[in-house]
Design a binder for this molecule. Structure first.
Ligand code: 1GP
Length: 252
């Protein structure tokens, strides 16, 4: 099993270097859009491209990933909303277990069904404790998962959930307010989680401006993920990447 992306994330974490990831929903892109996005992400120095969505209605995941790969060498990481969202053309896959919910299907059930196909894909598999935090309105992920999100002000629930995920062996903790969340996750909650775990923390959902991306990094986020805001305004790619990369790195 490959470990390249994860090892680089750990190395970056050691130095305090933050990463910026752009989320591409296969349902919302065509070839021209992918060309535009990859051009901008390369010139802005984006670290990762996440590909996936809670639904994915169109059936062209392989084509989308292959087209991205032809355009650039930024690592492509699948962020699957369903077990069928696997493409062997990507570099890695977030193997998500919804540890904030109590829906057994999303904790382990779907994993059992998809395990042989995921293993066969040859992708770098990163086990990820996925925590959905209340973003002020129902999002696709909160509806589809049929699980109650962690209340936005319950830092202690978030940190205990993250600690449990880490002790269960999860390699990443992904704190998500859900795509298009009305309110992104509060910095206080990110800081509380960051103070209690050592694995890298991914933060996304409703981040609309570079200042919030920067503050999340200061609070302890290692990777910032933005999808919706960039779909609306691609000029944010550079601004967001610059904000995330402006956090000083140890030894620089
Ligand atoms: C959603 O964290 C991602 O799962 C990104 O959310 O689309 O709101 O940026 P946005």
């Amino acid at each position: 099993m490959k470990h390249t992306i994860y090892q680089s994330l750990l190395a970056k974490k050691k130095k305090g270097q933050r990463s910026f990831a752009v989320l591409i929903d296969p349902d919302n892109v065509n070839e021209a859009k992918i060309d535009e996005l990859t051009h901008l992400t390369v010139s802005a120095g984006v670290d990762y491209l996440l590909v996936g969505g809670s639904l994915v209605i169109s059936n062209h995941l392989d084509e989308v990933v292959q087209h991205i790969r032809r355009n650039c060498s930024i690592p492509v990481i699948l962020f699957p909303g369903t077990p069928s969202q696997v493409s062997r053309y990507a570099d890695g896959l977030l193997y998500l277990s919804l540890i904030s919910g109590r829906n057994p299907e999303l904790l382990i059930g779907q994993h059992v069904i998809s395990a042989p196909a995921v293993r066969k894909s040859g992708l770098e598999i990163m086990s990820t404790g996925y925590m959905v935090i209340d973003g002020g309105a129902p999002t696709t992920v909160s509806y589809i998962s049929n699980a109650t999100p962690i209340p936005a002000d319950k830092n202690e629930i978030a940190l205990c959930t993250a600690m449990a995920g880490e002790m269960l062996g999860m390699k990443l903790i992904y704190m998500d307010a859900g795509s298009g969340a009305r309110y992104p996750i509060r910095e206080e909650m990110i800081a509380a989680v960051a103070a209690h775990i050592e694995v890298p923390i991914v933060v996304g959902g409703g981040i609309r401006d570079p200042e919030k991306a920067y503050r999340n990094c200061k609070a302890g986020a290692d990777v910032i993920v933005v999808g919706n805001a960039i779909e609306k305004d691609v000029s944010l790619i550079r601004e967001m990447a610059d904000a995330v990369h402006s956090i000083p790195v140890i030894g620089s």
